[in-house]
Design a protein around this ligand. Sequence first.
Ligand code: ADP
Ligand code: MG
Length: 372
Amino acid sequence: SSKNRVVARKLSLPETEKTGNRVTVFVRVRPISKKEKEAGSRCCVRIVNPRDVYLTEFVNPNDYLRLKRIRGRHFTFDACFPDSATQQEVYSTSTSELVEGVLQGRNGTVFCYGATGAGKTYTMLGTVESPGVMVLAIKDLFRKIKTRSCDGNHAVHLSYLEVYNETVRDLISPGRSLVLREDKQVMTLLQQGNHNRTTEPTCANETSSRSHAVLQVVVEYQVRDAAMNIINSVGKLSLVDLAGSERALATDQRTLRSLEGANINRSLLALSCCINALVDGKKHIPYRNSKLTQLLKDSLGGTCSTVMIASISPSNLSSGETQNTLHWADRAKEIRTKTWMQANDANEDLFPVTETGTDQAKLVLELQKENH
Ligand code: ADP
Ligand code: MG
């Protein structure tokens, strides 16, 4: 079945590619919705094999003026998840390695990108019945900590933040740092947090999420080195449900909405700029250009593992947005991060010191003070 193929492909990745120094990019197609069916939509997305997705109604950007010339196009990614893929498969293939890395003191970041309604929040948060990447990652993290001999030494700090209109808000524990003892209540906590997210009606969608939701899990622990010295280690996992990627132009043009659109683009743009600067080994990384990148300043590029999941709808009614999303995801494949060795040779600055849970809380407070 298609399920097994996705997992099999992942396992058969050549070693060089698996540990390779680039951003891993996945695409997930959600099932067609009742609304789309009722609107008489056709499916314009085919996953032809576990890596290739085919968009049957692709419009070549050069042909916009001659819209008669519509043709299909293939895109290749690290894996394409069909609408039958389970939450567990998406988690295992995309994020479980990053969780392992966090327990070895490394940072990892997963972004979910796509238009409103394409399935970003379903993938990242999910539902009580089908929890998504955020919940499965925390469960897996606690499961892994419990199997460690030094499990008592781990402190897990959690923050769930919203970046909306260049303003940072704490969605679950305003004004304090949250230390998580177990994974039981995580779904409830995150769902309540999501309920606090800013959603505004727009012309294009009944509710449109114009905010970025950032879950950061900082794990601090002590290990003994070969000489039995105690070493403090910190790893950070950032899981980001980005705002809808649709252009503000496609919706209402009222001033506030336009301002929001500009800021959303500013955060997304700042994100690409920072990653590119890190990749090029630039001295100056423009983290300060947006709140999102300030929050992620020790979680991008360098030796941090970065994963992008692009969410798309299968409906031809969304083919324009799907095309934009696949284009963006295709470009993201070109982003290269440094392996540990390369980074060490090239530039010491590529090792930003990971903030501890307490430092992280301080940073959030600082960013909130700047809110207007
Ligand atoms: P976004 O966050 O990108 O705006 P959502 O995650 O809210 O989109 O998804 C839109 C709708 O589609 C929701 O009702 C969600 O439950 C449903 N949905 C999205 N992805 C899937 C999926 N893989 N399987 C089942 N339902 C999904
Ligand atoms: Mg959403």
